[in-house]
Structures are given as structure tokens and as C-alpha cells.
Design a protein around this ligand. Structure first.
Ligand SMILES: C[S@@+](CC[C@H](N)C(=O)[O-])C[C@H]1O[C@@H](n2cnc3c(N)ncnc32)[C@H](O)[C@@H]1O
Length: 254
């Protein structure tokens, strides 16, 4: 298997070793993952038995689409991810939903998937967790504009991601909060601190160990401005912890 899954425009990005780490420990190293799930499920603009189409950007092992498909039993989901290992894991988890879910390769930096999306049904919701920060600022702005025009009227873009601290003082604070959350979650979910120790030794806390070629988070103020500029209504920051946030907005109803 090719180990480097996403280098469309130069610079090595996500690798299959990262996928394996995240499949095993994503739940431990994501602060408030239960709150992220709750925010996306409760903000998704649909009633529980509606038939609608949704898209996940960077589904990873599939936990968030699993929640959407479970809570909305008539929903159909297109789950996108460039990693073969992630798609294999998501296919296993999402197999009980049969034809209600489709998994496909995509790259944020290559807009072929956006052209494919434009040719199909309009999504009621596009959601994503810990992926969009791999795009730079202009890339995120362009993504927000393109998705706005693809959404169903009244549809939503809901993003969970790491967000750039607004000051060095905040960066130090968020670094400490992320460490503390991972220590707590390591004990709570695995009964020991080995996951935390790996998180630390492998430099996953990007507020402490930045890697600007790989991670390009933007501030919450920038996200809010870019979403409003793209035409979204009801733009908000719905949850935040340890430099992670859920934010998004809604396309105006017809
Ligand atoms: C931190 S994981 C998050 C996975 C999952 N959404 C979650 O919350 O557990 C980042 C995901 O983004 C995907 N990814 C990394 N770089 C990408 C890129 N340039 N374009 C699209 N997806 C990318 C990876 O394959 C991986 O599944």
C-alpha cells in the first residue's frame, strides 16, 4: 500500500501511520468528542425521520457518520477520505447501513470531488471533524464559498476542528488544556496513561509542536468572517475546548 496518501500540491501531508494512530486513539486525543457529536447532531437541520443527503469531509474511521446514520434513519451519507486504511475502517463500521452510505476518495486541495458533488443531489448538511485545518486560509475561504452554493436552501455547513489561538498567551493555555484532556481521556477510556504518553512523545499537541506545512489552523474570528462573507446565515461558534471548536452556518432558506 502506498503510505503517503495526500500530496496533491507538494509537501507530505497525512500518512497511513497517522491513520493507524487515529483509528486506535482518535477518541482519546480529541477533547470533548462526545460534545462535538452532540453539536453536529443537534444543529443538523433535519427532523429525525426526514430523507436527506449529507456529506462528511474526512470521515476517518467513520464515528461521526455512524452517529448521523443512527440518529437519522432515512438519511444517506457520502463519506469522503483520502486514506485507504481510514476508508477500510469506516466501511467496516458503517456496513450495517448498507446502501445508505457511500465511501469515496477525495482530497481537499483538488476540487474534482466538488464538481462531482455539484452534479448530484444537493446536501442538506456538510460536516467534518479535524480535517479542514489542512487547507490554508484562501483554501478554506474558497471551500466555504463552493459549499454554500452546493447546499440545499436551509442546509448547514458544520465543522469541528482545531482553531488557531488568538495570542501566544492563549496558545500556552490551550496547549495545557489539550494535554489535560488527553490525560483524563487516556485514563477514562484505556485505564492507563500510555495513550497520553504516545500523544506527547509523537508531538500531536500542535499548540506545543506546530508543523505549519501540515496543520494550517485559522482563528475563530477568521472562520466567522469567511463564512459570513460566503453568504451563510446564523454563523456561530457552537462549542469550544482546548483549541478545538465546532462552528458553522446555514444557507438561507428558499
Ligand atoms: C485527524 S483525522 C480525523 C478523522 C475523523 N474525521 C475524526 O474526527 O476522527 C484527519 C483525517 O483527514 C484526512 N485528511 C488528511 N489530509 C487530507 C487532505 N489533504 N484532504 C482530505 N482529507 C485529508 C485523513 O485521511 C484523516 O482521515
Amino acid at each position: 500500500m502506498q503510505d503517503d496518501v495526500s500530496q496533491p500540491t507538494g509537501g507530505l501531508l497525512w500518512q497511513e501511520t497517522d491513520s493507524r494512530f487515529f483509528i486506535e486513539l482518535g477518541r482519546v486525543v480529541t477533547p470533548g468528542r462526545e460534545e462535538i457529536e452532540r453539536a453536529i447532531l443537534e444543529l443538523l437541520p433535519a427532523s429525525s425521520h426526514e430523507d436527506f443527503f449529507a456529506v462528511e469531509l474526512g470521515c476517518g474511521a467513520g464515528w461521526l457518520s455512524d452517529a448521523v446514520l443512527r440518529v437519522f434513519p432515512q438519511a444517506r451519507v457520502l463519506a469522503l477520505d483520502p486514506s485507504e486504511e481510514m476508508r477500510r475502517e469506516a466501511a467496516r463500521l458503517l456496513a450495517p447501513y448498507g446502501e445508505r452510505v457511500e465511501l469515496r476518495h477525495f482530497l481537499l486541495e483538488d476540487d474534482a470531488w466538488l464538481r462531482d458533488l455539484a452534479a448530484g443531489p444537493a446536501p442538506r448538511c456538510v460536516y467534518s471533524s479535524l480535517v479542514v485545518h489542512h487547507l490554508d486560509g484562501p483554501g478554506k475561504q474558497a471551500l466555504y464559498r463552493r459549499l454554500h452554493d452546493l447546499l440545499e436552501p436551509g442546509g448547514a455547513l458544520l465543522i469541528a476542528d482545531v482553531v488557531e489561538p488568538a495570542s501566544e498567551r492563549e496558545r500556552a493555555y490551550q496547549a495545557g488544556r489539550w494535554d489535560a484532556a488527553v490525560r483524563e481521556r487516556s485514563l477514562a477510556f484505556t485505564g492507563n496513561l500510555r495513550a497520553w504518553e504516545f500523544f506527547e512523545s509523537d508531538h500531536w499537541n500542535l499548540w506545543r509542536y506546530p508543523d505549519p506545512d501540515f496543520d494550517k489552523p485559522s482563528t475563530l474570528a477568521e472562520h466567522v468572517r469567511w463564512l459570513e462573507d460566503a453568504g451563510y446565515e446564523g454563523v456561530g461558534v457552537f462549542w469550544a475546548q482546548a483549541g478545538h471548536a465546532v462552528y458553522g452556518g446555514f444557507r438561507r432558506s428558499a
